[in-house]
Design a protein around this ligand. Structure first.
Ligand code: DQA
Length: 143
């Protein structure tokens, strides 16, 4: 099974940005943790992070041509704004789990909108970096 872990803007700043909200661990730590977890599951994993909306759309389209089976996706701030990213996910039809490190439901009003939620097969929010592991489990085992 081929899994793509896709992260949107400012996720490369994990460990530096608002550690009280997003934790003290870095993006590199997240990547290493998920590589290990994917190994244990026997899944093939790849990673992409971008601060640019169009680059994320390109990565979603590329996932189709690369025959990716599932996407673990934290669209970050684009969750709340991007019709283009939502359309790209609809276009490729790849099962996608939406992940948020923080509990967006308990935060500002503008974070209550998600253009991704209705397209995603599942949304995991407020579980910290562990949420990415849970998303991987869901895509590989359905739980
Ligand atoms: C986030 C929540 C978003 O509202 C925010 O813009 C992010 C990160 C999260 O992981 O909790 O950048 O997606």
């Amino acid at each position: 099974m081929k899994i793509l872990v896709l992260n949107g803007p400012n996720i490369n700043m994990l460990g530096i940005r608002e550690p009280d909200i997003y934790g003290k661990e870095s993006y590199d730590y997240l990547v290493e943790m998920l590589k290990k977890h994917a190994d244990e599951k026997g899944a093939e994993i790849s990673f992409y992070q971008s601060n640019h909306e169009g680059a994320l759309v390109d990565a979603i389209q590329q996932a189709y041509f690369d025959k990716i089976d599932g996407i673990v996706f934290n669209p970050a701030a684009y969750t709340h704004t991007s019709v283009a990213i939502a359309d790209a996910l609809k276009a490729v039809g790849i099962p996608t789990v939406e992940v948020h490190i923080s509990d967006v439901s308990a935060r500002e009003d503008f974070r209550q909108i998600s253009y991704i939620r209705d397209i995603a097969v599942k949304t995991i929010s407020g579980r910290g970096l562990e949420g990415y592991k849970l998303a991987l489990d869901y895509l590989t085992d359905g739980e």
